[in-house]
Write a protein that binds this ligand. Sequence first.
Ligand code: NAP
Length: 281
Amino acid sequence: MAEIWKGGPVAEAVYQEIRTRLSALDFVPYLKVIRLGEDPASVSYVRLKAKKARELGFRSEVEVYPEALPEEVLLERIRILNEEKELDGLLVQLPLPSHIRAERVLEAIHPLKDVDGFHPVNVGRLWSGGEGLFPCTPLGIIRLLKHYKVDLKGKEVVILGRSNIVGKPLAGLLLREDATVTVAHSKTARLPEVTRRAEILIAAVGRPHFVRPEMVQEGAVVVDVGVTRVEDRLLGDVHPKVAEVASALTPVPGGVGPMTVAMLMANTLKAALLRRNGAPR
Ligand code: NAP
């Protein structure tokens, strides 16, 4: 039976490191989250992020606007916040209403304040091997694997999913760790053959219980990123029977989820240090 690798203790270790580093600073890092509308999932994610930031001792504020806010007004607000000297980290909670072009919003945020790591400059730095701010969920997955002593160097890793939020940046980060990476998606032929090659299989598909035991190599490490609400339960992408084949498995909820928030806090501290101590332009 697979070991269950929880994210909570790993997130706690990240928070402890942040607290130690904060205590040596002569300023308070400042995070601002912008939310539009009242989508219940966004409301609860934003609340969680702001609360965690405050608990750690950051200055943390949330700006809430009506769903109908015009795109230009949002962009103008971002431009003002980019110039605000005290502000270290800025994120606009996704998804955005359909009249707002997410790429325009993400490109408007100053790369040095882009704690979500979605700005094209940060995407470029991730792939070119430079220093920058990188997406929180992929960073959290790498951190979780390292915590549980997985040596990524030379490992055959298959990522299921190629989104800009999870699959693609995760591939870039894994390459930086010297893993051998395959990114599979909805057009991938002979998917079970591909996934069975993986020593580490990472599922970010968003389809409950999509990964079945016959898709998994005996002894593989399986990371379940998927979260889908089905009635009152949160289900992952990985079928529970995979635990009979894998050597380790991250649970849903309680696996990758806590790591995403932890790495947002780590990114906020990193943004503060990069911007204030001289950063790549
Ligand atoms: P997304 O943008 O919907 O991307 C899903 C990916 O899965 C796409 O690349 C898609 O392929 C691929 N896919 C869909 N059906 C497939 C199939 N039948 N076979 C192979 N690949 C298939 O989703 P996302 O934003 O990456 O999120 C994925 C999941 O992770 C969701 O459940 C989300 O809620 C969860 N998530 C969790 C966290 C966390 O902190 N725990 C953070 C982010 C996301 P195509 O590109 O070909 O369409």
